[in-house]
Write a protein that binds this ligand. Structure first.
Ligand code: PEP
Ligand code: CO
Length: 483
């Protein structure tokens, strides 16, 4: 009952908040914050609780999280086509994962709020000219001019409106017929359909169609066939924005950050005594923390104690981003010690942020094979420990961009210039995303030997979880200990 209140902004800044813009005009900042304090919530507390419940199933090993979207959303990117394309690829991936592995998939967009970026350098230099770094549309402009790079707090208000427009569209799509399973073929349109992975998807969609027809023939037509649950998430980075949208829920009297359902703390802002950990420790939403290769088990245990002192299942998700080369070395000790300490968390793999490099052409890119190798390492480590590989967190787009190399289309470094549109990190394109989904589905099927996938599943399912009779039964050693 007597929870400590949410500290005010001054108290948060007094902690030396990392990665904050230097707003040049305090009065303009104050005006933007005042405006944001008065706007209606983007999400409801009850929806956040619902997501916590779903993530609790992930933490128990009974569901899998698919979290994906742009590295950085842009205001210009808020168009019906763009939002629909992103949603479409996520729906396709989710149906592949669900169908192939018979595991419930929790769908979480990296959207409707993902507008602020942490940067490794305060400044950017091009041809001898140095300007403040681009920090996302929430802060300044992408154009490399002095005017554009000045932080403008009015952009925070625009983040709110852009997020509202995006979420409005997403809500309409997921409940208004577009996410109906009968549309499973429709999602597979244009350039994807003719690709090998598109044809593979088409075959699977035909099987689903037959199953649906059968269900309909016997009179079964549950609501779940016609709509999906979909939630929003972003990195909680700019204190002014997240603080202004933190509200007391009238049902419970508890604070929720109503800017998104799920908020996460980035690798660069997860200092134990820092402002971001302090703010997110006070809100009731489900939250995540990114953990890079330098994370010690003690760091993660301390974060769990600060962020989830009640050890509530579903409240805390650890998103590891080690890099393909380090995951097998760093993850085992981390997961083992954190689990042994009794911490309840969902473990999710971000195979993107540890695998970025600069191509000789100067483009920031990632190799599709590195992405897959990190996910495979993640599954192997969890299998060896008897813990649950709870999900993937990916940067992707529904379009035909050329930002990551490799994949079935064998994109080369020389191809990157054709259609490189990311305002920040390179994203998987739609074909690569679908390929990833099929590969992860195979890994997931092996991780859930009791999922009923008798035919077609590769050998090698270990013994040890034979007592489980349903998908992801928490019968493996290490899983039940965390309940
Ligand atoms: C991101 O998710 O875009 C990001 C910046 O990640 P990280 O904090 O893991 O570097
Ligand atoms: Co990124």
């Amino acid at each position: 009952m007597s929870q400590p209140p949410v500290p005010d902004l001054a108290a948060l800044h007094a902690r030396g908040a990392a990665q904050q813009p230097r707003w040049p005009d305090p009065a303009a900042l104050e005006a933007a914050v005042t405006r944001l304090r008065g706007v209606p919530p983007l999400v409801f507390a009850g929806e956040c609780d619902e997501l916590t419940g779903k993530l609790a199933a992930v933490a128990r090993g009974e569901a899998f999280l698919l979290q994906g979207g742009d590295c950085a959303e842009t205001f210009d990117g808020v168009t019906a086509d763009n939002v629909r394309n992103k949603l479409r690829v996520l729906l396709q991936m989710a149906v592949v994962l669900t169908y192939a592995a018979s595991v419930p998939v929790v769908k979480l967009g990296r959207l409707a709020g993902q507008y602020a970026k942490p940067r490794s350098s305060e400044e950017e230099t091009r041809d001898g000219v140095t300007l403040p770094a681009y920090r996302g549309d929430a802060v300044n402009g992408f154009d490399f001019t002095p005017e554009s790079r000045v932080p403008d707090p009015q952009r925070l208000v625009e983040v709110y409106h852009s997020s509202a427009a995006t979420l409005n569209l997403v809500r309409a799509f997921v409940t208004g017929g577009y996410a109906d399973l009968r549309q499973v073929h429709t999602w597979n349109t244009d350039f994807v359909r003719s690709s090998p992975v598109g044809r593979r998807y088409e075959k699977m969609a035909a099987e689903i169609d037959r199953a649906l027809t059968f269900m309909q023939a016997i009179g079964a037509d549950p609501d779940e066939f016609h709509r999906v649950d979909f939630h929003s998430s972003h990195e909680a980075l700019i204190l002014e924005y997240e603080h202004a949208l933190t509200r007391i829920d009238s049902r419970t009297g508890r604070p929720y950050d109503v800017s998104g359902h799920f908020l996460w703390i980035g690798e660069r802002t997860r200092q134990l005594d820092g402002a971001h950990v302090e703010l997110l420790s006070r809100i009731e939403n489900p939250i995540g923390v990114k953990l890079g290769p330098g994370t010690s088990p003690d760091d993660a245990i301390a974060l769990a104690e600060r962020l989830n002192p009640g050890n509530v299942p579903g409240r805390l998700t650890f998103v590891t981003r080690m890099g393909a080369g380090l995951i097998r070395d760093r993850l085992p000790n981390l997961v083992e010690k954190v689990t042994a300490a009794g911490v309840t968390a969902a473990w999710v793999c971000d195979p993107m942020h540890g695998n970025t490099f600069e191509a000789s052409s100067g483009y920031k890119t990632r190799r599709f094979d590195d992405v897959i190798a990190e996910v495979q390492g993640f599954f192997d480590v969890h299998r060896a420990l008897g813990t649950w590989p709870g999900g993937v967190h990916v940067e992707l787009t529904g379009d035909d961009v050329t930002e990551c190399v490799g994949g079935g289309e064998a994109l080369l470094e020389g191809d990157l210039g054709h259609r490189y549109e990311s305002a920040c990190d390179p994203r998987l394109n739609r074909v690569q995303s679908l390929e990833l989904a099929f590969l992860v589905a195979e890994m997931l099927r092996e991780a859930t030997p009791a999922s009923g996938s008798s035919a077609g599943s590769s050998a090698g399912s270990s013994a040890g979880s034979s007592a489980g009779s349903s998908a992801g039964s928490a019968s493996e050693p290490g899983r039940e200990a965390r309940a």
